[in-house]
Ligand binder design. Sequence first.
Ligand code: SAH
Length: 376
Amino acid sequence: MAPLSSLSHGFTLDRVEEEPEPQAEVEPSSPLLDPLPDLPAERVRLPNSDRVIIWFLITDQIISLRVPFLPQQITAKRRRPEENYRFVNTNKEERTMTQDAGGCSRKRKRRNRRKPKTTSTEQSTTASGVTNSTVKQPPSASTVFKSSPKPSSFLEKMKAKLSGGHFRMLNEKLYTCSGDEAFKYFKEDPSLFDMYHTGYQEQMSRWPEQPVNIIMKWLKIHSSSLIVADFGCGDARLAKGVKNKVFSLDLVSNDPSVIACDMSKTPLDSLSIDVAVFCLSLMGTNFPSFLQEAHRVLKPSGWLLIAEVKSRFNPNNGGADPDRFSQAVCDLGFTSVSKDFSNKMFILLYFRKKAKNNSSKEIKWPELKPCLYKRR
Ligand code: SAH
């Protein structure tokens, strides 16, 4: 697992995309304010109060934590979004309340409804380090309590927000580390994999067409005797949708048919596979070694099918030049058969392994930029 400190600035906070209502700002450096800094959290400063409420999603539970607001960390200055991360109250109701602190009675009622009630599950704990002399009116305790088991639309909304935050954090992690590092990361906490895939499926459900379905169709019009390796199989949908023998490979195996490995080092035999599939899975910074591995396991004339997010191959937008990428794959020992740019969301590249690769020239791989999802 990456050190907490490295995650706290990169992942727990959402970038401000628009100027919100004036909000107090909190630096993320205080251990008091960031007791679990590697978890995506939503923070709301209580109006007319010296407390901040932080909501975390831990596994399936929302944990909310009330902590003191450090006065010297409030800055009146607005910063440009690119300058900083800051905690923003994104809850419309709460925002309205902040605007109208004097309070019309309806809003006040709403606030009272929303105030976390002291329940039997509530526990008081003494916040370590609260003795810090900079804390204004240091409270005797901060309150940690579990959310009510009764679902409420607010909790459901908060859960969805936080789980979206988890997905974006894990997605960014996968795109910015090596396959080996990603493997160790998920090995330490395999539940993160489910979290990632819940968010992934959510994103995919918005795509008009999913590339895995196109690959399935391709396999169905070819011989079902072709042996397939699905590199980065996710929930192994491909294997479930075709008659072929499919070796499903991913960082975590939550299905007996899935082989858990870093795909740059699979346990597959050399020259044993007819079709190697990479469907939205060229995520690691060392993606060329994934393709090198596919080359090793493919039989001569074996197929290499790559589906990737279109924006990663848009040179006008910082993406790679698809021709340069394709050339690099050919230099690895493949022949380009066809390219399909017809889909709005992804591109499809089809290659075949050369019977012999005589080239020993150094391969110039273009950089593939991460595909990061925006907060909604
Ligand atoms: N191919 C599936 C899932 C795509 S999501 C589909 O189209 O539905 C990308 C998948 O690649 C994730 O499940 C991720 O865990 C996997 N992945 C990323 N890097 C990997 C690596 N180094 N080794 C194995 N799997 C990897």
